[in-house]
Design a protein around this ligand. Structure first.
Ligand SMILES: [Mn+2]
Length: 344
């Protein structure tokens, strides 16, 4: 099990040094827009023309992924995973709209490019309208900024921008998608890792959120039953349902070897109303989670997921992430030196 610094949307050399300094073995990157000035600057892609014509911006090229990986490895870090593609690369596939087949073909090309670049894990989700929160306020410990969600408010929102989709349609669209992309992932040696729908409520804005329960993941793992298809297990999202359901699902899928990586964060409260919390409070027991993973022989990586926003912190959350990562590292060290949990 490796501890990794998660969810960089942009990167600087300083970010990579920081990840190494706090003891991480690698990093993950979230939905990178390689055309943005920050990424062009980081990857020095003014030289990209030499590598051939630019690909359509519905996929990543092997060359830019190799450049990214090399930059990360220069700091002694592994590029463990890219967590998700931009939402508008898969929205038509999720909703079953015209253009779905082209999006799936582009996603297949991205998987092949990931394989060529030797990046082994690609996270994805099945929520065309993303993660929802109804609050971001200074209600965390000591006035830290935390996000929260209240379903009584969330259910009032009807944007009219997405077509209504029920569970059956969303499942059918997902089955079409995974049937098309999983063989490509298997051939490319790239793991596809499904993150639960956050918040895990039945429907938002007219669109069903199908990956909201242990049962749904059991169905998905059964339908796409391959070591190349697994779970981006988010303790926070599962704990928004409850601490016990989260631990049950964790045990089941960890022992089945279907968890590729872990988002370790905590929450106060459960649906219909919850707020994010520091990793050392709330009802996610980080010690029990990590002990379960060790017992199951988990060989993936753990990241801290989103963290409360501390005083004077950066957008990425260097302070909050240092706190969460240190907490995880301390627990792992204690468990590994005293695995039975008894007196040392
Ligand atoms: Mn998560």
């Amino acid at each position: 099990m490796r501890i990794v610094a998660g969810q960089f949307r942009e990167l600087t050399q300083g970010d990579l040094a920081f990840a190494r300094q706090i003891g991480c073995a690698g990093i993950t990157v979230n939905k990178p827009d390689f055309d943005s000035p920050a990424w062009v600057d980081f990857l020095l892609t003014q030289f990209r023309a030499a590598a051939g014509p630019r690909p359509p911006r519905r996929r990543w090229s092997a060359m830019e992924l190799i450049q990214l990986r090399s930059a990360v490895e220069a700091h002694g870090l592994a590029l463990e995973c890219i967590e998700g593609v931009p939402a508008n690369w898969l929205d038509k596939a999720m909703l079953g709209l015209p253009g779905a087949e082209e999006q799936i073909a582009d996603f297949q090309a991205t998987i092949r490019a990931m394989g060529q670049a030797g990046i082994k894990v690609l996270g994805y989700n099945w929520i065309p309208d993303g993660v929802w929160r109804t609050a971001k306020a200074a209600h965390g410990r000591g006035g830290a900024l935390v996000t929260g969600y209240d379903d009584a408010l969330g259910q009032r929102v009807a944007t009219g921008t997405l077509p209504a989709r029920d569970d059956a349609r969303m499942w059918a669209n997902w089955e079409r998608f995974i049937t098309a992309v999983l063989p490509v992932a298997e051939e490319a040696g790239v793991k596809l890792s499904l993150h639960p729908d956050d918040p895990p409520v039945p429907v938002l804005d007219g669109v069903a959120r199908i990956f909201r329960s242990e049962d749904a993941f059991a169905r998905a793992m059964g339908f796409a039953d391959s070591p190349m298809h697994g779970i981006a297990f988010c303790t926070g999202t599962f704990a928004e349902i409850g601490a016990d359901p989260m631990m049950r699902a964790l045990r089941r899928f960890a022992r089945a070897g279907r968890i590729h990586y872990l988002h370790l964060r905590s929450v106060h409260g459960t649906l219909p109303r919850f707020a994010e919390a520091f990793i050392d409070e709330g009802h996610v027991d980080s010690v029990a989670v990590l002990r379960e993973l060790l017992d199951a022989g988990f060989d993936g990586f753990v990241i801290d997921d989103h963290v409360p926003h501390l005083t004077d912190d950066t957008v990425w959350g260097h302070r909050g992430r240092a706190h969460a990562t240190g907490h995880i590292a301390g627990i792992l060290r204690a468990l590994r030196s005293n695995p039975t949990g008894g007196p040392a």
